[in-house]
Design a protein around this ligand. Structure first.
Ligand code: SF4
Length: 492
């Protein structure tokens, strides 16, 4: 067997790499539409999940055509349509949390394989991070496998390509039993000359047994389907939402329609609560809960808790940190009766500070990105709503901006609990000592930021807001450090 990809692959485009990953994945299977265009639209709607690179792979069952590049979708794809017209495509937008900055780490990634029945190909796009990637890679390298990138996703790809099961479905299921951590995958796979495939390319979606990252299934038409990290991408692609892919489920889409398989491994459910707090788009619905609704409820709960904790404070205005603080601020205002006001105006042409890779870039972009609206701030007692505080540098700069604009009092309310531990499942929350809540008390943070008060949403309040009052469905590990997997290999 081999991991050599030359036989099928045409690789184009690309620019100098400079990045890292939280990602968005997409896939489409359609014999009546230009799948590359559908994939482009879907990925465009997922741009918030990764802005460092993007890629699309298309197949007609015999060949794979792959186009990828650095930067936003508009930068990565100077020409939108690869020449090969296929009926199956997968795509990826990337922000790196694992693996270095190199063109080779851009996804989708590809491998061909030989077998007694003729061999085939598999192409993979991954959202998440593995917690046993080093072990998997060492085992594969010891077996003679040569890696082309430094990303954990390539270990999964090689495991699948080298697996001896006779069918693609068997290869994927059997390989993933050895993989630990977070993965929502879209794959495109086919098998040359074997009885079960006759060159058909299949679109495959898999969600790890914990369900860390979202993945949903949509329908474009009769026997035409899409897979996407978030439902907002289904809307953009003109698809109708069918259902979420279940934790531990693999869906296989081809001429036989949609078939469902399950991994044998059963794990505790741990859907990332941070998708609702910050990461996903508010117009997405994940596992039956709309993100906007969840954020609105976080805001209402935050108002209740703030009013209980600070009964003597009567604010004049609730001001969000745009964009992700807006919905919680609307909820806070509705619950408390304090008027909602814009106090920070966003320059929409500057990227999200949270997902820019360098600390210096974070510092320098805050002022470029947000400008205070003095008329709404001067002399007023302001409740400032933000979704989270990670390192505290962005928040401190924001408080400076509000003070400079004349705010009389600033009460900061955060719609998540203090982040005290890193994430190992695909969100770059940095190493532990850089997390301000890991090394400071709430009062120390308040003093560092220079606010009149500081209130974080309680974990109980957060879980109630996301319909998980019992705490059995969501991952909340970055608030307490009790991880749903072994993290010995990756602990920072
Ligand atoms: S550790 Fe935090 S950010 Fe990471 S998956 Fe769990 S809840 Fe999400």
């Amino acid at each position: 067997m081999t991991c050599d990809n030359k036989e099928f692959l045409t690789l184009r485009g690309g620019r100098t790499p400079r990045w890292r990953e939280e990602c968005g994945v997409f896939g489409v299977w359609s014999e009546s539409r230009p799948v590359v265009d559908v994939c482009y639209l879907g990925l465009f709607a997922l741009q918030h999940r990764g802005q460092e690179s993007a890629g699309i792979a298309v197949s007609d069952g015999m060949h794979i055509d792959l186009e990828k590049g650095m930067g936003l979708m508009t930068e990565a794809f100077k020409t939108r349509a690869p020449s090969l017209k296929g009926y199956c495509a997968i795509g990826h937008v990337r922000y790196s949390t694992f693996g270095g900055a190199s063109f080779a780490n851009i996804q989708p990634i590809f491998a061909s394989f030989a077998s007694s029945s003729g061999g085939g190909f598999v192409c993979l796009a991954h959202n998440g991070s593995l917690v046993n990637a080093k072990k998997l890679r060492a085992r594969l390298e010891a077996g003679g496998c040569v890696f082309q990138s430094t990303s954990d996703s390539e270990s999964m790809l090689n495991l699948i390509a080298l697996n001896s099961a006779p069918t693609i479905e068997g290869k994927i299921l059997s390989s993933l039993e050895t993989v630990e951590g977070a993965y929502s995958l879209t794959l495109m796979a086919g098998a040359r000359g074997s009885a079960d495939s006759t060159h058909e390319a299949r679109l495959i979606g898999v969600r790890d047994p914990h369900g860390f990252r979202p993945l949903c299934l949509g329908r474009l038409g009769e026997r035409e389907y899409v897979l996407a990290s978030e439902s907002c991408a289904l809307d953009a692609a003109g698809a109708e939402f069918v259902r979420d892919v279940q934790p531990g489920e693999m869906v296989v889409i081809g001429r036989k329609g949609v078939r469902s398989f399950f991994l044998q491994k059963k794990e505790r459910l741990a859907s990332c609560v941070f998708e609702y707090i910050y990461f996903a788009r508010p117009d997405s619905t994940i596992d039956g809960l709309n993100v906007w609704q969840a954020r609105y409820r976080m805001g209402r709960q935050l108002a209740k808790e703030f009013q209980e904790g600070y009964p003597g404070v009567v604010p004049d205005a609730v001001v969000p940190v745009p964009d992700t603080g807006i919905t919680a601020a609307i909820g806070f205002s509705a619950e408390s009766g304090v008027p909602y006001a814009e106090g920070l105006i966003k320059n929409r042409y500057v990227g999200r500070t949270f997902i820019l890779p360098e600390q210096n870039a974070r510092k320098s972009t805050v002022g470029m990105k947000l400008n205070p609206l003095r008329e709404n701030l001067k002399g007023r007692k302001v409740v400032l709503i933000d979704d989270s505080i990670v390192r505290g540098t962005t928040s401190a700069r924001l408080i400076d901006l509000l003070r400079g604009a004349g705010a009389a009092e600033i009460h900061m309310c955060v719609s998540s609990p203090p982040i005290t531990h890193p994430c190992y499942y695909g969100i770059d929350t940095s190493i532990r000592k850089e997390l301000i809540a890991a090394v400071s008390t709430v009062e120390e943070i308040r003093k560092t930021l220079g606010t009149d008060s500081l209130h974080y949403l309680t974990l109980r309040g957060l879980l109630e807001s996301v319909n998980d009052a019992g705490g059995g469905k969501m991952c909340t590990s970055c608030f307490h450090g009790d991880y749903p997997t072994d993290v010995t290999e990756v602990a920072l």
